[in-house]
Design a protein around this ligand. Structure first.
Ligand code: C2O
Ligand code: CU
Ligand code: CU
Length: 485
């Protein structure tokens, strides 16, 4: 199933599937100590920071004694957390040793199109691709993942993803928790489904194909529902929804409040106190949670799917709308933190004033509901690598009006920009959604308007993508391409 799901005609790396020594459908022990992903600061020479990433096939133990076939980047599942600073010139060498073609895309990064790692920057087995760009944006938690045409879902599902943290001078002066792995902790949340032999199960039904691939087992940084032993009483969690399809409604088991401090593209103007946060596929949020009461709490998803419509109906039918645990935080040993929650985080972001003179582009997200389940389209069209859907002018500001004409919610993502949400069905966004975004969930029957200024990079030949970030929808064509000229 693994090879087939990756579409491999011939895999060069010998590969024999999962080795079974335990039945994961029973209470066979999981290996559930929280894992802090390795940090990669690159190698500095002059003003260039170089990273070397290798995509490979591996085996990972998600369950004790059970080897599961996975894909990884410099490790067996997922990749290191890349870290660079605004102003750095980064050079990332990506070598593909997977036996099948792939790409690596820098999600949320503002950069020239030929460095973006989209479907046009394919890396064949054995080849090396170098992506080089200057980091111009502010402190934020971005990520990277495979963007191989028609194979993004399968490749990300098996492990081709990681985080990319950008720092800047002002972010480091805010007095926020920032000791990596101690009080500043990345959490990549993914749901997976395992076969009885321990192998990952990918797309088993028309339901998976239509709704996107959802699993019944939660991984955080590649560990099944782990327990984090908190070392400090104030924790900063960099929450990242790295799932293929599932939207989470995150809350703590005792409904305690927490502060949201950052969205996809950077800090909010001030911390926002809430007790429940929706995170769709591709989105990130940084939160602060106070565990000075030294309790043991769970981070839960209150409801499997964000909202009503078909998704809500399906999840109610399958009984998956109950709360389930993402991870446990045990704060018994938490030492008092020297950090406090800051009152403000940044000056008000300048949201371009939506004047009549700004061009508005319209996007209709559409799903064919026929027996074949096909027909994932934007404006009536299925993605084609050879078709450029439109051009935008460099340095121009545009409003994109995204309408969901389908029975389920879709997280809409645009490459090469961080945008602001203007409104949802005419209503202003919440404070949490007022910051910089690169992915926005568009509910059924909703019209979301976003506004963004395209950077100065231009290339009439190499396109950027916009698409639904439910990876099975993207793979089936709910994606388009634009060039900046
Ligand atoms: Cu996160 Cu086009 O990708
Ligand atoms: Cu992207
Ligand atoms: Cu979708």
């Amino acid at each position: 199933g693994f090879l087939k799901s990756l579409g491999a005609a011939s895999l060069i790396v010998p590969f024999s599937g999962a080795t079974v020594s335990a039945d994961t459908s029973t209470s066979a022990g999981t290996i559930n100590t929280f894992k802090v992903p390795p940090l990669d600061f690159g190698q500095r020479s002059g003003d260039t920071l170089s990273f070397n990433l290798q995509l490979g096939v591996a085996k990972t133990q998600f369950f004790k004694g059970v080897n599961t076939s996975t894909l990884g980047i410099n490790q067996s599942y997922l990749g290191p957390v890349l870290r660079a600073k605004r102003g750095d010139n980064v050079r990332i060498n990506v070598t593909n040793q997977m036996g099948v073609p792939s790409t690596l895309h820098w999600h949320g990064m503002v950069l020239p199109a030929n460095m973006d790692g989209g479907p046009h920057q394919e890396i064949k087995h054995g080849d090396r691709w170098t992506s080089e760009f200057k980091i111009r944006q502010e402190a934020s938690t971005l990520w990277y993942h495979s963007h191989q045409m028609h194979q993004t879902g399968a490749q990300v599902y098996h492990g081709l993803a990681g985080l990319f943290i950008i720092d800047d001078d002002s972010s480091q002066q805010l007095g926020l928790p920032q000791e990596y792995g101690v009080d500043d902790i990345p959490c990549t949340i993914q749901d997976r489904r395992f076969n009885r032999d321990g192998s990952l199960s990918y797309i088993g039904s028309m339901h998976d194909r239509m709704m996107g691939m959802e699993g019944d087992t939660i991984l955080v940084n590649g560990v099944v529902t782990p327990t984090l032993q908190a070392k400090r009483s104030l924790l900063r969690l960099r929450l990242h929804n790295g799932s293929n399809a599932r939207t989470y409604q995150l809350a703590f088991s005792d409904q305690r409040n927490f502060q949201v401090i950052a969205s996809d593209g950077g800090f909010l103007t001030a911390p926002v106190t809430i007790n429940s946060l929706r995170l769709a596929v591709g989105e990130r949020a940084e939160i602060l949670v106070d565990v000075s009461d030294q309790k043991t709490i769970q981070l839960l998803s209150q409801q499997a799917n964000g909202g009503g419509g078909m998704m809500g109906m399906m999840s109610r039918m399958s009984g998956s709308s109950e709360a389930f645990t993402i991870m446990t935080i045990d704060a018994k040993q938490a030492q008092p933190s020297t950090h406090a929650i800051p009152a403000t985080l940044r000056a008000m972001a300048a949201i371009p004033n939506p004047k009549a003179s700004i061009a508005t582009r319209k996007f209709d997200l559409q799903m064919g509901m026929g027996m074949m389940g096909g027909g994932f389209r934007i404006n009536g069209k299925t993605m084609e690598m050879s078709r450029i859907d439109f051009q935008v002018k460099r340095n121009s500001t545009e409003i994109w009006e995204v309408r969901n004409d389908s029975p389920m919610a879709h997280p809409f993502h645009v490459h090469n920009v961080q945008f602001h949400i203007l409104d949802r069905n005419g209503k202003k966004p919440t404070e949490i959604e007022s910051g910089l975004k690169d992915t926005v969930l568009v509910q059924r029957d909703e019209v979301v308007r976003i506004v963004m200024t395209f950077p100065e990079y231009s290339d009439a030949k190499v396109p950027y993508m916009y698409h639904c970030h439910i990876l099975e929808h993207e793979d089936q064509g709910m994606m388009g391409q634009f060039v900046v000229v």
